[in-house]
Design a protein around this ligand. Sequence first.
Ligand SMILES: [Zn+2]
Length: 401
Amino acid sequence: MARVIPGGWAFKPLLITVIIAFGAAVVDSTSLSKETPTTVADDLLKTVPLIDGHNDWPDAMFDFASYKLEQLDLYNWPTTQTDITRLRQGQVGAQFWAVYTSCTTQYSDAVRACLDQVDVIHRFVAKYPEAFELVTTADGIVSAFNNSRVGSLIGLEGGHCIDSSLATLRMFYDLGARYMTLTHNCDTPWAENNKRDNTNSSVIGLTDFGKDVIREMNRLGMLIDLAHVSKATMVAALQTSVAPVIFSHSCAYALCAHVRNVQNDVLNMTKANGGIVMVNFYPYFVTCSEFATLGDVADHIDYIKNYIGVDYVGIGGDFNGIEVTPVGLEDSSKYPDLIGYLRTNRGWTDDELRKLAGENLLRVLRTVEQVSLDLSATTTPLENRLTGTDLGNTTCRSITT
Ligand SMILES: [Zn+2]
């Protein structure tokens, strides 16, 4: 009879079984962590903060809860396009939260309305400190990203927020505002809005005071946002600004001829200026219809990259400011799908994707900060004031001098 000894052949079947089982386990674990474009993008977005240029969540806090945060669970808020859970799924590193008030508040309570939204941004960031960090600089964005918090920046969406006052502009800067869109869909007394391009009635773009607003924003270190302005205003601002500008949520006009989008000659000027166009997801700006897909949005990103270069394009989804979304980009959780799609279907390299996701905006913001440092050393706050009829509607004013 055969004596079974350790190491003898009698053990071989067991050993083979173990090897087979181990091999199967390896195969299984590989298939469990299957690489998809989205999981690859998830990994890429661990190396760079994804920075979105525009989200109207603060306005949703007004619409749904009159700014009463106690009524809201920001981890789970399915009636909006954003919540903390989806921001994390979407690997959002930093978000410009829009301060938006309707044009109907101009010449009335616009400043108060904008202050209300600045306040709610400060408050929701403070209420969920494990999720958000208020930031005002490029270094701050990187630091919040390293702390696994959504760097939260404030952008004023519409020059009517400052009521034609450089002093008010400076105070919003002190409260953390780091961009101002020069207009929303209405003129201010000093800047013309995009709707004028529908009627070719944009005659001045920016007044002399409007150019002073640009100069003061350069001096302060506030990004000049040209989403929503007329083409003449874009051109005047690009000719006046000594720092890079942004389009926080706009698409390419060549693909959808909407006045909210950026025309080719302005794209060229934006490249020369060192600025950035952050692509909007709104179907009406993407395909000029109510329907669009993730691929259609990718077309705009690709177009800008191919036309002026990968250094001048970013992402500004406009979530919570848009009532319809592209198929595949329905909410703040979807950014990795877009990044993965560009990588797999459009041939973007990881270095290019890092620029799109955040490095371009960081470069723009750092340059704006440096220009501000230089100007602050040689200039003082501008003291110009609009007076009298130059203020536009004076019905509700007591201060006109
Ligand atoms: Zn907008």
